[in-house]
Write a protein that binds this ligand. Sequence first.
Ligand code: NI
Length: 246
Amino acid sequence: MALPALTTAEEVAQLCDIYDWLFEVRAGRESGDHLDLTSHDEDNAVHTLPQILNPSKYAPQLADTLLRANAEAVARQLLGPETTFRFDHAIRKPPRSGAATPWHQDEAYNDGGMHYEEVSIWIPLQEATIENGCMWFVPGSHKQDVLPHHPIGHDPKVVGLEVDQPERAMAQGVPCPLPAGGATIHHCRTLHYTGPNLSDGPRRAYILGYGMPPVRRTVPRDFYWLRQQQTAWQARVARVAQKEQR
Ligand code: NI
């Protein structure tokens, strides 16, 4: 689903400033909320697909916006009145260097023992085009269960996941260009992808996640690909948790 506008041009400009500042200061690097999706995510490496989890933790003004109010209203209409805010997420593709975000279902990152009804609202803070990495979807793919995934490049040190047989998804994929401040909305089992950023400017995507409370499944699924991963990011998060316990 695509919406032409979820907020005003003025607010998009304000969000852009906050967003660029967060990446400039690498907000969340210490606490494990700043990571690179496609590299080994070492501290001194060049990050091709940097992202910040929970950016509103580091810039609380992000939580108090027209965008957030509108997104929540839309999510409730789609999923029901018990729907609550679950996360926000910022993915910045640098000019002429951003890697593709390979085909995946978001639920593949979650707990296979739970049932989820969640949506992600994806908002570009500049125009999103095929050239700079707009969203692509496989129509109707949310009606299937989670397909087998693997770490990108079959490299267990990489955080990002890719669906097995991505070429099948690509053959059915539909690009979804958007104006700045517009939005696409996808279910947690929708297959989606964004291409590399081939343009001269950064491609800023701000994502808001909403969902119904997850429910334990009677028959759990085995998301074995999550057990294959051993990433620098997981180690960083574990170190932070250890420090907090002391
Ligand atoms: Ni995704």
